[in-house]
Structure formats: C-alpha cells, structure tokens
Design a protein around this ligand. Sequence first.
Ligand SMILES: [Zn+2]
Length: 240
Amino acid sequence: MTEQLYRTDAYMRDCTARVLTVNERGGVVLDRTVFYAAAGGQPGDKGVLELAGGATCPVATTVYDADKTTIVHVPAEGAQRPSPGEPVRAVVDWGFRSPLMRMHTTLHLLCSLVKFPVTGGQVNPDDSRLDFDIDDPSAVDKERLTAELNALIAADHPVTERWITDAELEANPGLVRTMSVKPPMGTGRVRLVVIGEGGSVDMQPCGGTHVRRTGEIGPVVVTKIEKKGKLNRRIRVSFA
Ligand SMILES: [Zn+2]
C-alpha cells in the first residue's frame, strides 16, 4: 500500500520517496507520494520524478494498481525510469491539480444544492459535471444554481475532514450521495469531507482533493443542464 500524503494534506506539492518497484508496464511505485491516483471522477496527477543523478522522469498520469491501494506513476512515452531502491523527489504539476481541487470542491457544493441522488460525475480542469436522477426537472435551473453556487463560494465556508469507521458509515447510509461511486471503504475507516461548520453545507465520504475554504474556488457558472434519460440530468459547471 502506498502512503498517500495528499490524503492528509492536499496542498503538498512535492515529497521525497523511495522507488519500490517499476512494474512490467513501466509504471513506477513509490513508498509514498503526493500524486493523486485517478478515482471517483477526479483524474490522476501529472508531474515529474526528479532522479538522484539530476535527470527527471515526466509522469503522464497516476493510477491505482489492481489492488486499489498501490499507486502507480505512469511515465510519459520514452521517459527515463528510476530503478528500485533509488531515492526520488516527486513533484506534482500544480497548474493541473489546483483547478481540479477547486472544481472538485465545487461539485460538493452542487451536490448540496441539488437534493437528488447522484448517478455519476467527472472533474475536469474546466467543464466538470454531475449526473442526477431528478424526478422534478423544474427543481433545477441554470441561473438559480449559478447564483446559489457563487453565494456558497463567496461565503468562504471552511472545508475540513472527519474520520469515521466503516461501521459508522454503514449505520448512516444517508451520508452517501453518490450511487455510482462507492465510498473508499475497506481500510476500517472512511474520510468524511465536511463543508461549513459541522457540515452545514455538505458532508459526505470522499477520497478526492479539496481546497481548504470555498472562497479559493472563485466564480463559477452552470453552463448546461442536459437531459440524459427520463429522470437523468447532467449538470455542467465551469469557472466563470
Ligand atoms: Zn470530494
């Protein structure tokens, strides 16, 4: 299992680490990392591994291995790979990650405003989306959602976290809003992302990366509400 430093501090941009293995497809596994592995609709990080001799190994993306706990840094085509045992410095492409953190947090706010089951979602540096099963389509309106999202952002609510046990989560199924993405369970405890004092805005299990305060997001706009099925509506959000 790779130690996931971004879980305790999403703002860590780099760390020193040791190469454990380079897998048969050339993916680099470190003992610990600040690179987020693609999951829950948030893309995996890009960046570089700085090698001991001064060379760099560009990382095109980051994924989980089949065991879902080992993080694999996928080097760019033709990149020089480090060797097992070698020390490296792992540096996240902050220009890529930072907007993802802002967008990911925006989707939590959207989730808090649209009180219907979430069926899917995708975080992108711009155009992000959440899909909902909405039995009353008049309940969602682009202009109104845009205004409500920007009000939550401007209110600069704190974004904190709280850990609960798997058993506590099972006892409170109402905490899970996303039907399509299972909360990151299996290690005995689950991280709740809490927005607003005591979760007054939103509180749900999530393994992604978020900003510390909603004010960091900046203005956003709901660009489209698309009909994807009898009940299904896709709500798209971009930075304004
Ligand atoms: Zn999240």
